[in-house]
Design a protein around this ligand. Structure first.
Ligand code: CUA
Length: 347
Protein backbone atom coordinates (compact mmCIF):
# COMPACT_ATOMS: atom_id res chain seq x y z
CA UNK A 1 0.00 0.00 0.00
CA UNK A 2 2.61 2.53 1.11
CA UNK A 3 5.02 1.56 -1.66
CA UNK A 4 5.17 3.54 -4.95
CA UNK A 5 3.70 1.36 -7.70
CA UNK A 6 6.25 -0.62 -9.75
CA UNK A 7 9.21 0.22 -7.50
CA UNK A 8 11.02 -2.33 -5.34
CA UNK A 9 12.03 -1.61 -1.72
CA UNK A 10 15.65 -1.31 -2.90
CA UNK A 11 14.77 1.40 -5.41
CA UNK A 12 13.19 3.58 -2.70
CA UNK A 13 16.42 3.65 -0.62
CA UNK A 14 18.83 6.52 -0.95
CA UNK A 15 22.17 5.90 -2.67
CA UNK A 16 24.28 5.78 0.52
CA UNK A 17 22.03 3.20 2.23
CA UNK A 18 22.00 1.15 -0.96
CA UNK A 19 25.84 1.13 -1.09
CA UNK A 20 26.01 0.16 2.57
CA UNK A 21 23.67 -2.78 1.91
CA UNK A 22 25.73 -3.97 -1.07
CA UNK A 23 29.01 -3.70 0.83
CA UNK A 24 27.61 -5.56 3.87
CA UNK A 25 26.28 -8.34 1.64
CA UNK A 26 29.60 -8.54 -0.26
CA UNK A 27 31.55 -8.69 3.03
CA UNK A 28 29.31 -11.51 4.31
CA UNK A 29 29.68 -13.47 1.07
CA UNK A 30 33.46 -13.03 0.88
CA UNK A 31 33.92 -13.90 4.58
CA UNK A 32 32.84 -17.43 3.65
CA UNK A 33 36.05 -17.67 1.58
CA UNK A 34 38.38 -17.18 4.58
CA UNK A 35 40.07 -20.16 6.23
CA UNK A 36 40.97 -22.23 8.05
CA UNK A 37 38.69 -25.11 7.03
CA UNK A 38 39.41 -27.87 9.54
CA UNK A 39 36.63 -30.13 8.22
CA UNK A 40 36.93 -29.58 4.49
CA UNK A 41 36.50 -32.39 1.98
CA UNK A 42 38.33 -30.13 -0.49
CA UNK A 43 41.69 -30.70 1.22
CA UNK A 44 42.05 -34.47 0.80
CA UNK A 45 44.62 -36.24 2.99
CA UNK A 46 44.04 -39.88 1.99
CA UNK A 47 43.68 -41.97 -1.18
CA UNK A 48 39.91 -42.27 -0.52
CA UNK A 49 39.46 -38.52 -0.05
CA UNK A 50 41.60 -37.79 -3.12
CA UNK A 51 39.47 -40.12 -5.27
CA UNK A 52 36.24 -38.35 -4.26
CA UNK A 53 37.89 -34.94 -4.63
CA UNK A 54 39.01 -35.75 -8.20
CA UNK A 55 35.47 -36.95 -8.98
CA UNK A 56 33.98 -33.78 -7.49
CA UNK A 57 36.31 -31.55 -9.53
CA UNK A 58 35.54 -33.53 -12.69
CA UNK A 59 31.76 -33.21 -12.24
CA UNK A 60 32.09 -29.56 -11.20
CA UNK A 61 33.68 -28.67 -14.57
CA UNK A 62 31.01 -30.57 -16.49
CA UNK A 63 28.35 -28.65 -14.53
CA UNK A 64 30.21 -25.36 -15.11
CA UNK A 65 30.29 -26.08 -18.86
CA UNK A 66 26.56 -26.84 -18.97
CA UNK A 67 25.83 -23.70 -16.93
CA UNK A 68 27.93 -21.55 -19.29
CA UNK A 69 26.25 -22.89 -22.46
CA UNK A 70 22.69 -22.66 -21.06
CA UNK A 71 23.14 -19.17 -19.60
CA UNK A 72 24.82 -17.89 -22.78
CA UNK A 73 21.92 -19.16 -24.93
CA UNK A 74 19.44 -17.65 -22.47
CA UNK A 75 21.08 -14.21 -22.49
CA UNK A 76 21.45 -14.23 -26.31
CA UNK A 77 17.76 -15.16 -26.69
CA UNK A 78 16.70 -12.48 -24.19
CA UNK A 79 18.58 -9.76 -26.05
CA UNK A 80 18.00 -10.88 -29.61
CA UNK A 81 14.29 -11.69 -29.37
CA UNK A 82 13.17 -9.02 -26.90
CA UNK A 83 10.10 -7.01 -27.80
CA UNK A 84 10.75 -3.83 -29.80
CA UNK A 85 8.21 -1.33 -31.07
CA UNK A 86 7.05 -2.11 -34.59
CA UNK A 87 8.86 -5.45 -34.84
CA UNK A 88 6.89 -8.58 -35.75
CA UNK A 89 6.86 -11.50 -33.25
CA UNK A 90 9.69 -14.03 -33.92
CA UNK A 91 8.68 -17.22 -35.74
CA UNK A 92 8.75 -20.33 -33.44
CA UNK A 93 10.44 -23.53 -34.66
CA UNK A 94 8.46 -26.80 -34.66
CA UNK A 95 9.60 -30.36 -35.35
CA UNK A 96 13.29 -29.65 -36.04
CA UNK A 97 14.66 -33.21 -36.16
CA UNK A 98 18.37 -32.26 -36.06
CA UNK A 99 17.89 -30.01 -33.00
CA UNK A 100 15.87 -32.65 -31.17
CA UNK A 101 18.51 -35.32 -31.81
CA UNK A 102 21.24 -32.89 -30.70
CA UNK A 103 19.61 -31.95 -27.37
CA UNK A 104 18.91 -35.59 -26.61
CA UNK A 105 22.38 -36.89 -27.46
CA UNK A 106 24.39 -34.07 -25.84
CA UNK A 107 22.98 -34.53 -22.29
CA UNK A 108 23.14 -38.33 -22.69
CA UNK A 109 26.83 -38.08 -23.59
CA UNK A 110 27.50 -35.74 -20.62
CA UNK A 111 25.69 -38.17 -18.28
CA UNK A 112 27.94 -40.98 -19.51
CA UNK A 113 31.04 -38.85 -18.74
CA UNK A 114 29.62 -38.23 -15.24
CA UNK A 115 28.33 -41.75 -14.55
CA UNK A 116 31.41 -43.76 -15.59
CA UNK A 117 33.89 -42.06 -13.21
CA UNK A 118 31.23 -41.96 -10.46
CA UNK A 119 30.56 -45.69 -10.59
CA UNK A 120 34.30 -46.39 -10.90
CA UNK A 121 34.99 -44.29 -7.76
CA UNK A 122 32.17 -45.96 -5.81
CA UNK A 123 33.62 -49.40 -6.54
CA UNK A 124 37.20 -48.25 -5.87
CA UNK A 125 36.28 -46.84 -2.44
CA UNK A 126 33.94 -49.66 -1.39
CA UNK A 127 36.24 -52.58 -2.15
CA UNK A 128 37.80 -55.01 0.30
CA UNK A 129 40.83 -53.72 2.18
CA UNK A 130 44.06 -55.74 1.77
CA UNK A 131 44.64 -58.47 4.36
CA UNK A 132 47.49 -56.54 6.02
CA UNK A 133 45.32 -53.45 6.65
CA UNK A 134 45.30 -52.09 10.21
CA UNK A 135 41.89 -53.00 11.60
CA UNK A 136 40.05 -50.65 13.93
CA UNK A 137 36.57 -51.17 15.38
CA UNK A 138 34.72 -47.86 15.64
CA UNK A 139 31.76 -47.78 18.03
CA UNK A 140 29.48 -44.73 18.23
CA UNK A 141 27.99 -43.87 21.63
CA UNK A 142 25.75 -40.99 22.73
CA UNK A 143 27.94 -38.83 22.42
CA UNK A 144 31.48 -40.05 22.00
CA UNK A 145 33.54 -42.48 19.94
CA UNK A 146 35.20 -45.69 21.03
CA UNK A 147 38.14 -47.01 19.01
CA UNK A 148 39.32 -50.63 19.46
CA UNK A 149 42.41 -52.08 17.80
CA UNK A 150 41.69 -55.84 18.04
CA UNK A 151 45.10 -56.93 16.67
CA UNK A 152 46.99 -54.63 19.05
CA UNK A 153 44.69 -55.31 22.01
CA UNK A 154 44.18 -51.64 22.85
CA UNK A 155 41.17 -49.40 23.35
CA UNK A 156 40.94 -45.64 23.24
CA UNK A 157 38.32 -42.92 22.80
CA UNK A 158 37.63 -39.91 20.60
CA UNK A 159 41.17 -39.63 19.19
CA UNK A 160 41.89 -42.19 16.51
CA UNK A 161 45.59 -42.74 15.77
CA UNK A 162 46.52 -44.23 12.41
CA UNK A 163 49.89 -44.74 10.71
CA UNK A 164 50.86 -42.86 7.56
CA UNK A 165 50.85 -44.83 4.32
CA UNK A 166 49.23 -48.03 5.60
CA UNK A 167 45.67 -49.00 4.70
CA UNK A 168 43.38 -48.66 7.71
CA UNK A 169 40.07 -50.49 7.75
CA UNK A 170 37.41 -49.12 10.09
CA UNK A 171 34.57 -51.47 11.05
CA UNK A 172 31.88 -49.09 12.20
CA UNK A 173 28.89 -49.82 14.43
CA UNK A 174 26.92 -48.25 17.28
CA UNK A 175 26.12 -49.09 20.89
CA UNK A 176 22.82 -47.18 20.97
CA UNK A 177 21.30 -45.10 18.15
CA UNK A 178 22.41 -44.41 14.57
CA UNK A 179 25.48 -42.19 14.27
CA UNK A 180 27.75 -41.58 11.29
CA UNK A 181 31.54 -41.55 11.29
CA UNK A 182 32.93 -38.68 9.22
CA UNK A 183 36.49 -37.38 9.05
CA UNK A 184 36.23 -35.22 5.90
CA UNK A 185 39.95 -34.90 4.99
CA UNK A 186 40.31 -38.71 5.11
CA UNK A 187 37.25 -39.96 3.27
CA UNK A 188 33.52 -40.39 3.04
CA UNK A 189 30.92 -40.90 5.74
CA UNK A 190 29.72 -44.25 7.01
CA UNK A 191 26.64 -44.77 9.15
CA UNK A 192 27.20 -46.37 12.56
CA UNK A 193 24.13 -48.59 12.98
CA UNK A 194 23.40 -50.80 16.03
CA UNK A 195 23.64 -54.49 15.11
CA UNK A 196 25.32 -53.83 11.76
CA UNK A 197 28.92 -53.28 10.70
CA UNK A 198 29.79 -50.83 7.91
CA UNK A 199 33.35 -50.61 6.66
CA UNK A 200 35.54 -47.90 5.27
CA UNK A 201 39.18 -48.19 4.24
CA UNK A 202 41.69 -45.47 3.47
CA UNK A 203 45.43 -44.86 3.32
CA UNK A 204 46.42 -41.53 4.88
CA UNK A 205 48.85 -39.51 2.76
CA UNK A 206 49.86 -36.69 5.16
CA UNK A 207 50.91 -36.66 8.80
CA UNK A 208 48.66 -34.37 10.86
CA UNK A 209 45.67 -33.86 13.16
CA UNK A 210 42.32 -33.95 11.41
CA UNK A 211 38.88 -33.04 12.72
CA UNK A 212 35.83 -35.21 12.34
CA UNK A 213 32.24 -35.15 13.41
CA UNK A 214 29.22 -37.37 13.87
CA UNK A 215 27.19 -36.81 10.71
CA UNK A 216 23.82 -38.32 11.61
CA UNK A 217 21.45 -36.64 14.05
CA UNK A 218 21.65 -38.73 17.22
CA UNK A 219 20.18 -36.63 20.03
CA UNK A 220 20.84 -33.61 22.21
CA UNK A 221 24.62 -33.48 21.77
CA UNK A 222 24.89 -34.68 18.16
CA UNK A 223 26.76 -31.48 17.27
CA UNK A 224 29.12 -32.08 20.21
CA UNK A 225 30.04 -35.59 19.08
CA UNK A 226 33.33 -34.72 17.51
CA UNK A 227 36.49 -36.71 16.94
CA UNK A 228 40.12 -36.32 15.96
CA UNK A 229 42.13 -38.49 13.65
CA UNK A 230 45.85 -38.27 14.29
CA UNK A 231 47.92 -39.52 11.36
CA UNK A 232 51.32 -40.47 12.80
CA UNK A 233 54.51 -41.39 10.97
CA UNK A 234 55.05 -45.16 11.05
CA UNK A 235 57.50 -44.91 13.96
CA UNK A 236 55.29 -42.34 15.74
CA UNK A 237 52.34 -44.74 15.56
CA UNK A 238 54.51 -47.56 16.92
CA UNK A 239 55.56 -45.37 19.86
CA UNK A 240 51.94 -44.34 20.54
CA UNK A 241 50.78 -47.98 20.49
CA UNK A 242 53.60 -49.04 22.83
CA UNK A 243 52.65 -46.31 25.32
CA UNK A 244 48.98 -47.37 25.13
CA UNK A 245 49.91 -50.99 25.90
CA UNK A 246 52.15 -50.19 28.85
CA UNK A 247 51.49 -48.28 32.04
CA UNK A 248 50.41 -45.81 33.05
CA UNK A 249 52.67 -45.78 36.11
CA UNK A 250 50.88 -45.60 39.47
CA UNK A 251 51.10 -42.12 41.06
CA UNK A 252 53.95 -41.67 43.52
CA UNK A 253 53.00 -42.09 47.21
CA UNK A 254 52.02 -38.88 48.97
CA UNK A 255 51.29 -36.93 45.77
CA UNK A 256 48.04 -35.14 44.98
CA UNK A 257 47.64 -37.56 42.04
CA UNK A 258 47.65 -40.47 44.47
CA UNK A 259 44.88 -38.78 46.48
CA UNK A 260 43.04 -38.35 43.19
CA UNK A 261 43.30 -42.07 42.49
CA UNK A 262 41.65 -42.74 45.87
CA UNK A 263 38.86 -40.25 45.03
CA UNK A 264 38.37 -42.01 41.67
CA UNK A 265 38.19 -45.43 43.34
CA UNK A 266 35.55 -44.39 45.89
CA UNK A 267 33.39 -42.30 43.53
CA UNK A 268 30.85 -43.18 40.85
CA UNK A 269 33.70 -42.88 38.26
CA UNK A 270 34.56 -46.58 38.60
CA UNK A 271 31.05 -47.64 37.59
CA UNK A 272 31.42 -46.19 34.08
CA UNK A 273 35.09 -45.82 33.14
CA UNK A 274 37.89 -48.29 32.60
CA UNK A 275 41.33 -47.46 33.87
CA UNK A 276 43.44 -50.56 33.32
CA UNK A 277 44.28 -52.16 36.65
CA UNK A 278 42.00 -49.77 38.56
CA UNK A 279 38.40 -50.03 37.33
CA UNK A 280 36.47 -52.01 34.73
CA UNK A 281 33.52 -49.68 33.78
CA UNK A 282 32.50 -49.74 30.13
CA UNK A 283 29.70 -47.17 29.90
CA UNK A 284 31.93 -44.13 29.40
CA UNK A 285 35.22 -43.68 27.54
CA UNK A 286 38.27 -45.73 28.56
CA UNK A 287 40.47 -43.36 30.59
CA UNK A 288 43.60 -45.51 30.88
CA UNK A 289 45.65 -42.91 28.94
CA UNK A 290 43.32 -39.90 29.11
CA UNK A 291 46.23 -37.63 30.13
CA UNK A 292 47.88 -38.26 26.76
CA UNK A 293 44.92 -37.02 24.72
CA UNK A 294 44.73 -33.49 23.37
CA UNK A 295 41.00 -33.02 23.98
CA UNK A 296 38.22 -34.06 26.36
CA UNK A 297 34.43 -34.36 26.01
CA UNK A 298 34.67 -36.04 22.56
CA UNK A 299 36.94 -33.45 20.96
CA UNK A 300 35.02 -30.51 22.47
CA UNK A 301 37.54 -28.93 24.85
CA UNK A 302 41.31 -28.78 25.22
CA UNK A 303 42.61 -31.32 27.71
CA UNK A 304 43.80 -28.93 30.42
CA UNK A 305 43.22 -28.77 34.17
CA UNK A 306 40.64 -25.98 33.99
CA UNK A 307 38.42 -27.82 31.48
CA UNK A 308 38.89 -31.18 33.21
CA UNK A 309 37.79 -29.64 36.52
CA UNK A 310 34.70 -28.06 34.93
CA UNK A 311 33.90 -31.33 33.18
CA UNK A 312 34.13 -33.44 36.35
CA UNK A 313 32.08 -30.90 38.34
CA UNK A 314 29.20 -30.66 35.85
CA UNK A 315 29.57 -32.44 32.50
CA UNK A 316 25.94 -31.85 31.35
CA UNK A 317 26.56 -28.08 31.61
CA UNK A 318 29.33 -28.45 29.01
CA UNK A 319 27.63 -31.11 26.91
CA UNK A 320 23.81 -31.12 27.06
CA UNK A 321 22.38 -34.58 27.67
CA UNK A 322 25.73 -36.05 28.74
CA UNK A 323 25.24 -39.39 30.50
CA UNK A 324 27.93 -38.32 32.95
CA UNK A 325 25.71 -36.84 35.65
CA UNK A 326 26.66 -34.32 38.30
CA UNK A 327 27.99 -36.42 41.14
CA UNK A 328 25.78 -36.78 44.21
CA UNK A 329 26.83 -35.72 46.75
CA UNK A 330 28.97 -33.21 44.79
CA UNK A 331 32.74 -33.60 45.01
CA UNK A 332 34.60 -30.96 46.98
CA UNK A 333 36.95 -28.59 45.13
CA UNK A 334 39.89 -30.40 46.77
CA UNK A 335 38.58 -33.78 45.51
CA UNK A 336 38.15 -32.38 42.00
CA UNK A 337 41.66 -30.91 42.00
CA UNK A 338 43.07 -34.27 43.13
CA UNK A 339 41.08 -36.13 40.45
CA UNK A 340 42.33 -33.72 37.78
CA UNK A 341 45.93 -34.30 38.89
CA UNK A 342 45.38 -38.08 38.74
CA UNK A 343 43.74 -38.03 35.29
CA UNK A 344 46.47 -35.75 33.94
CA UNK A 345 49.08 -38.23 35.20
CA UNK A 346 47.57 -41.00 33.03
CA UNK A 347 49.70 -40.38 29.96
CU1 CUA B 1 26.20 -39.27 16.99
CU2 CUA B 1 25.18 -37.56 15.73
Amino acid sequence: MGRPKGKSDLATLDAVTRWRLWLTTAALVVSGCGGPFPQSTLQPRSDFARATDVLFTDIFWWAAGVFFVVETLLVVALIRFRHREGRAAPKPTHGHTLMEIAWTLAPAAILVFVAVPTVRTIFATAGEAPADALKVDVIGHQWWWEFRYPELGLVTANELHVPLGRVVQLSITSADVIHAFWAPPLGGKRDAIPGQVNRIAFRATDVGDYFGQCAEFCGASHANMRLRVVVDSDSGFGRWATVQLTGPAAPAPGTIAERGKAVFARSACVGCHTIRGVSPGVIGPNLTHVGGRTTIGSGLFPNDSAHLARWIADAPALKPGSLMMRMQPPLTDADIAALVAYLESLK
